[in-house]
Design a binder for this molecule. Sequence first.
Ligand code: TGC
Ligand code: FAD
Length: 392
Amino acid sequence: MRSDLYNGHDYYNIDDLLTTEHKLIRETVRNFVKKSVSPIIEDYAQRAEFPKHLVKELGEIGAFGPSLPAAYGGGGLDEISYGIIMQELERGDAGIRSTASVQGSLVMYPIYKYGSEEQRKKYLPKLGTGELFGCFGLTEPNHGSNPAGMETNFKDKGDHYLLNGAKMWISNSPLADLAVVWARNEAGKIQGLIVERGMEGFSTPTTHGKWSLRASCTGELVFNNVKVPKENLLPNVSGIKGPLGCLSTARYGIAWGAIGSALDCYDTALRYSKERIQFGKPIGQFQLQQKKLAEMITEITKAQLMVWRLGTLKNEGKATPAQISMAKRNSCDMALEVARNARQMLGGMGITGEFPVMRHLMNLETVVTYEGTHDIHLLITGMDVTGLDAFK
Ligand code: TGC
Ligand code: FAD
């Protein structure tokens, strides 16, 4: 069992911008990670197994939908608190943060934002505690970066809808009790449906052989003439802006989360650089290693400032999807670079499970890909600054 000595890094005194409540929330989640995640996560990742028992614990610490209203299963917290929770969770493991992102931003959020009052009351409190576990089905085998091309569809059969199609790369699908699924109606409009485990014709095969996000369970959603009750349609949104709106809330969490991976890699490399002796001195005394550490903490600090500002904009209802997209891309890119350099600083030890760095590095290959790839986010910024749409 590895000891977790992490105590945060705050080079620009960003703590001064946080409230006492923010710091208390951070301490709670950090303690949870030290007690319940760090001691077990490497073994689960090595076995490619999701620690399902953590779902209830994540509910207990308020990790699911922290910025949704408390009356609907959320935490009633501000957006900075939400970001801090995601950062601390990913400091433990991106797969654990993913679980919270999916449940809060991609399952609870659409039911809260686009659902009927009956749907909100039926599902949200149980999702908030982790009694129910959800997943989000947007990506398809033939439509990843361009979900608007989706083929999954449903037909109105009078007293129910008939759903056909398939989703792939779905976090938590093999274990989920329900899925928020995006599909095309007969008029070609994209709408959301709540599909529950046990509905005939609905299956969730597991995806095997991942080298990344190994402590998170990924699978497919297969719909073969699934009869979905009419009351399971999300009534208050139609069009691709429905799922894209959910992505904006999840991408915001990832922008904070990836900094957690970077902080853990930096923390590990910094510690190691003072302990590992080569040529008669700590490797941290060599200029080349100091350059790596100096660049890591500089880039981490820039990203910390960016997400803090984004959080204040989001609290004021002013953060644009393009601003969120930029922060998601920047944090992931930065964290990957930090993880690669930290891995090198640990030499051979860097490839082992004795240290968390290789796990974070491999996880980040997913984090930089899902919720929109690096290239897609570059094009979103490109479109925002030029007014010219590369996707059309
Ligand atoms: P486009 O024509 O640009 O826009 C259509 C409508 O949607 C609105 N919109 C957004 N609204 C909120 N948030 C956003 N991020 C939005 N982006 C667009 C837009 O204003 C418009 O509204 P309206 O009222 O005019 O109709 O749509 P497009 O189809 O051309 O989109 C292009 C593109 C590439 C930006 C979009 O398709 C995209 O973002 N692609 C990336 C796909 C992606 O991110 N997939 C993620 C799947 S889920 C996932 O990965 C979960 S991982 C979970 C985990 O484990 O953490
Ligand atoms: P593609 O879209 O095929 O892209 C391949 C390459 O082409 C990329 O480099 C991309 O940047 C590039 N590319 C594509 N279009 C353009 C363009 N116009 N210009 C320039 N370059 C372009 N999805 C869900 O719906 N729910 C989930 O819970 C979920 N969880 C996931 C978990 C994991 C572990 C992974 C790996 C993925 C998950 N995803 C999920 C899917 C994820 O969102 C997609 O993988 C991602 O959006 C990219 O789609 P794709 O894999 O089909 O790649």
